[in-house]
Ligand binder design. Structure first.
Ligand code: ADP
Length: 412
C-alpha cells in the first residue's frame, strides 16, 4: 500500500509518498510560494529519475496537489503509474483542540470539528484544511486520515494543562495547554523505550525536540504528562524566532514602545524573538554557532576564532532554558531513565547537547564527549560514565508516524 503524507502550510505544501510494505519513501518534495508565483521541488527516491526543481504557477493548494500528482505519475519524474496507486493520504494537522486525542479518518464531521478549532490556531488550521480539501477534490475516493500534533499530549493531567487564569476560559473557550510536536515526541520516546528494554511501564523519559520550533515533553509509562508548548506553539523554550515563555506583560509594553497593536507586538514575539532576537542576524543555529566561534562539525571552540558576544549569549540563553525545563521535568517524572535529543539542532549540534548537559552535571546527567562529537544521522547513545540516566540522540521521522497512523486506520 502507498500512502501520501501531506503537510500543508499557508503558502507551502510538503509531501512524501511511502510504500508502506517496506516503509520506504518513493518520492518527496515541496510546493512553495502557493498563492504567489509558485515553485515545485520534486525528488524521486525509489528510482534514478531526475529531480524537478522549477517555478510553476500555483495559485491555490488545488493546483499544488494537481502538480504533485502529475509529477508522481509522470513518465519523466514519476514513481507510480497512475493515481490509483495512492491508496491513502495522511494529513498533518497542527491542532486537534480538545476533541481529537488520536488520529482519525477524515469525513465531513471531522472537517466541521476542525473548523471549530480555527480560533486556537488561526494560521495553521485553515492551511491544513486547504490541503485536505484540495486532496479530497483530486482524489475523492481515496481515504484520508488526520494526524494531530496535539494528540499525543492528551494524557497530560489537569494540573499541568489548566492555566491559572479564570476557569471560564478553559470551560467556555478551550484555553488550556495542548502541546505540539506530538508525532515527534511519540516516535522518539517509543524508540527510547525499546532501547530501555521495550516495556513502557515504569519508564521516565524527557524528549527534547529542538528545531526551528522547539519543545520538550515529560513522558511517563510511554504517555506525555507535560510539555513546554501551550495553547499555541509560542510557549516554552526559546526558539529560532519565537520567544518561548516570557512575562506576558511584555506584549503590552512592546505595543506601547512601538505604538503598535497587540497583534503586531505578538508578531515580535513570534517572528523576531528567540535566538534571532538576541543575536540579531540569523535564526539558524549553524550561523549562530559559527558566529560564536564554534566548529559546528564537532561542537568545539575554533582556536583564535572571533566570538560574537550576542551569538554566544543567544546560545547560552537557549541552553539554559532547555536545561531548566529538563530539571523541572525530572521533578514531574520523579526521576529520569532517558533524555532524548531530536530534530535539526538536537540531532546535529554536539555543541548544544553539551551546553545543555553540562548544566545537568550537578544532578548526575553526564555525556560521553567523544561519542557526542560524532555526527551521524542515526541513533546514538551518548551516555557518559556514571550518568544517572541514559542520553540518546534519535533522528525523528514525523512523516513516517503519519503514514503508519494512516495505514492503521485505513487498513487495520
Ligand atoms: P523545523 O522546525 O523547521 O523542522 P529542523 O528540525 O529542520 O526545523 O531544525 C532546523 C534547525 O536545525 C536550524 O536552526 C538549523 O540551523 C539546525 N541545524 C541543522 N544542522 C545543524 C548543525 N550541524 N549544527 C547546528 N545546528 C544545526
Amino acid at each position: 500500500m502507498n500512502v501520501l503524507v501531506i503537510n500543508a502550510g499557508s503558502s507551502s505544501l510538503k509531501y512524501q509518498l511511502f510504500n508502506m510494505d517496506t516503509e520506504k519513501i518513493l518520492a518527496k518534495g515541496n510546493c512553495d510560494r502557493i498563492g504567489l508565483d509558485g515553485h515545485l521541488k520534486h525528488k524521486p527516491v525509489s528510482n534514478d529519475k531526475p529531480v524537478f526543481d522549477s517555478p510553476i504557477p500555483l495559485p491555490t493548494h488545488a493546483e499544488a496537489i494537481a502538480a504533485v500528482i502529475a509529477k508522481l505519475t509522470s513518465d519523466e519524474y514519476g514513481v507510480i503509474d497512475c493515481l490509483s496507486e495512492i491508496n491513502a493520504v495522511g494529513h498533518r494537522v497542527v491542532h486537534g483542540g480538545r476533541k481529537f486525542s488520536s488520529s482519525v479518518l477524515i469525513d465531513q464531521e471531522v472537517i466541521a470539528a476542525l473548523e471549530d478549532c480555527i480560533r486556537l490556531a488561526p494560521l495553521h488550521i485553515p492551511a491544513n484544511l486547504m490541503g485536505i480539501n484540495a486532496c479530497r477534490e483530486s482524489m475523492p475516493n481515496v481515504p484520508m486520515v488526520a494526524v494531530f500534533d496535539t494528540a499525543f499530549h492528551h494524557t497530560i493531567p489537569e494540573s499541568a494543562y489548566v492555566y491559572p487564569i479564570p476557569y471560564k476560559y478553559f470551560e467556555e473557550n478551550n484555553i488550556r495547554r495542548y502541546g505540539f510536536h506530538g508525532t515527534s515526541h511519540r516516535y522518539v520516546s517509543a524508540l527510547a523505550i525499546n532501547e530501555l528494554g521495550g516495556n513502557a511501564e515504569g519508564t521516565k523519559i524527557i524528549t527534547c525536540h529542538l528545531g526551528n520550533g522547539a519543545s520538550l515533553a515529560a513522558i511517563k509509562d510511554g504517555m506525555s504528562i507535560d510539555t513546554t508548548m501551550g495553547v499555541t506553539p509560542l510557549e516554552g523554550v526559546p526558539m529560532g524566532t519565537r520567544s518561548g515563555s516570557v512575562d506576558p506583560s511584555i506584549v503590552d509594553i512592546i505595543a506601547a514602545i512601538e505604538n503598535c497593536s497587540l497583534k503586531d507586538a505578538m508578531d515580535v514575539l513570534n517572528k523576531k524573538s528567540g535566538v534571532l532576537g538576541i543575536y540579531g542576524k540569523s535564526s539558524d543555529f549553524r550561523d549562530i554557532e559559527t558566529a560564536a566561534g564554534i566548529d559546528i562539525s564537532n561542537g568545539n571552540p575554533k582556536p583564535d576564532a572571533d566570538v560574537d558576544k550576542k551569538a554566544a549569549l543567544a546560545l547560552d540563553v537557549f541552553s539554559y532554558q532547555v536545561a531548566k525545563f529538563i530539571g523541572s521535568y525530572i521533578v514531574s517524572l520523579g526521576g529520569l531513565d532517558a533524555l532524548v535529543f531530536t530534530a535539526g539542532i538536537g540531532e546535529n549540534s554536539p555543541y548544544i547537547r553539551r551546553a545543555i548537559c553540562s548544566r545537568l552535571n550537578g544532578i548526575g546527567i553526564k555525556i560521553n564527549e567523544t561519542v557526542n562529537a560524532v555526527r551521524v544521522s542515526e541513533f546514538l547513545d551518548i551516555t557518559g560514565d556514571d550518568s544517572i540516566a541514559k542520553v540518546f540522540t534519535i533522528p525523528t521521522d514525523e512523516e513516517l508516524v503519519i503514514a503508519r497512523d494512516t495505514i492503521e486506520i485505513v487498513a487495520p
